[in-house]
Design a binder for this molecule. Sequence first.
Ligand SMILES: [Zn+2]
Length: 269
Amino acid sequence: MIIDAHTHVYPDKIALKVVESARAHLGETVSFIGDFTVADLKKVMKCSGIDAAITFCVAEKPKIVRSANDFIIDVTDNKTIFGFGTIHPDMEEPLAEVQRLKENGLKGIKFHSLFQLTGAADKKLLPIYEEMEKLDMIAYFHVGRDPGDPSSPSLTTPQSISFVRDRFPHLKIVAAHLGGFLELEDAAQWVHGKDIYIDTCWSPNVQALSPREVTRIIKRHGVDKVLFASDYPSTTNIAAQIAWLQDLLLTPEEQALIFGENALKLLAV
Ligand SMILES: [Zn+2]
């Protein structure tokens, strides 16, 4: 069983526009293997041997939160597609929207500092985390730099994830990109070893890191808190990434955790 814990989709009518603007933003640094539509995600999952995926539709502006969430609720079956909602810190009544997501069966919310220009430790987000903690929801964060602009400082740093961890001890937290894209030293200090899930997405792919480094991070952090993830569609061939990860010096039991069992536990299914 393989679960991809980090993918992105948009409604068909805007998916093409998103690809164009993402290409313009990310330039040559990132490749795209799909077009952000649900049909394409399912096709890529099938070709890559992936059984289920967690997927996000992140709203960049407050006024599109509800429609983005309507779409993600619609595509979620919590069997093969686990949609996570979106909340913008500047929207009206964010707590009511968090409750609506929960009532509609969504298990988590993705916070994306690159699209929403808000870091994880922003005061405006704290009441939202409090509500999510009460409702036993998962907070999934982009952590670290922007692949399209890697020299700019990041808004959601590994340290800000540690702040959220300490402040909301029962909130389920996932820190994407091994705990900090291009900020692995900070991730080692603030994220690794803590009660936080990390995912294996890297840009353009996990093979950009050395097998030794990835193995060391997994072991040091704890193999029971690592989720296989691709970042579809901004990635390269996913089957090749799976094969690369399967070649790491991990036991079959450890592989099973990373490729599916940890995600099943996190999702409580
Ligand atoms: Zn992503």
